[in-house]
Ligand binder design. Sequence first.
Ligand SMILES: Nc1ncnc2c1ncn2[C@@H]1O[C@H](COP(=O)(O)OP(=O)(O)O)[C@@H](O)[C@H]1O
Ligand SMILES: [Mg+2]
Length: 359
Amino acid sequence: MATGTRGDVVLDIRGLRTHFFTDDSVIRAVDGADLAVRRGGTLCVVGESGCGKSAMARSVLQLVEPPGRVVGGRILLYPSEGADDPVDLASLHPTGRRIRAVRGREVAMVFQEPMSSLSLVHTVGDQIGESLRVHHGMSRRDARGRAVELLDRVRVPGSARVVDSYPFQLSGGMRQRVMIAMALACGPRVLVADEPTTALDVTTQAQILDLFDDLRRDTGMGVLFITHDMGVVAEIADEVAVMYLGTVVEQGPVDEIFHDPRHPYTRALLEAVPRIGVPRSRRLPTIRGAVPAPGTRPTGCVFRTRCPEAVEGLCDTTVPPVTVPGPGRRVRCLLQEGPADGTTGEETTPTGEESVHVD
Ligand SMILES: Nc1ncnc2c1ncn2[C@@H]1O[C@H](COP(=O)(O)OP(=O)(O)O)[C@@H](O)[C@H]1O
Ligand SMILES: [Mg+2]
């Protein structure tokens, strides 16, 4: 996080911009997002559908598909010791050698729908072992042995049998465990998980969240966990980044975000969470209005068209800078008092669509 020391930060995203260039418009899916993941910590990115969470997650590994691409900002991946210079993943060519060396080995990703990333025609063991063979030159036999260990680690019962099975023979929860085993194979420093439990029933979801937490503790990797569900945030996050229309409007420690939310959007998200003790007949409040259509970004503060507190003549004309309401906290709201954050990665060339790729 920009307000703390950078010593324990493993992934630092600054001023990231990822746009989709369609025939008739430019969709600014991510537009100046800042966040930081700590070693051994779980940062949850939360926001409604369409806010750019997946585009941001995919940007980290340069997996944004055309017509989208990373057009600005930095994605700094820090090496283990913290002393060396970080690599800027945003500057790497999406199909180049360097990003391919990072994928799977240093940063791994788990998606919402395991079947979209698993092969139908290869066994579970072959798929888990593939990155070990590619990145570490392991023999097929050794990779299979390691795959069994990894299946045990993600608590797949009967690992010696499952290793030779095919994904379609497994339940949704087991497939997601296989995906997590694949992600862990090379001992990544960062695990990016994009709504990995959204397609699962609540019991399986709880088990997978526990698993993520145990793995994070055991390995010390940093987890960037994406969800639209504040209940999941409460379960798993140390820190929370609240995303709206491509920007992070608030970031801070989970307890503070829940007990003292500063951004009106964070408050609205929290008010929409069901509460224990409130009669079921009472309808849940929803956030008024809808996320604006892609390609139509409000001027000034992006949330102001739905904000109950918006001030005319201020919120529609001024882009909110980052203020620091307390240690480790950042918020982008013009109604917030507090010192400005002098350490954000805001780019000085906000309109440039150019990006420089090195490989
Ligand atoms: N392939 C694409 N082409 C055009 N627009 C896209 C594409 N993928 C995503 N978008 C747009 O980018 C925005 C962010 O999408 P996404 O990152 O999927 O949001 P989230 O994961 O928060 O639901 C949305 O407005 C979406 O319509
Ligand atoms: Mg998504």
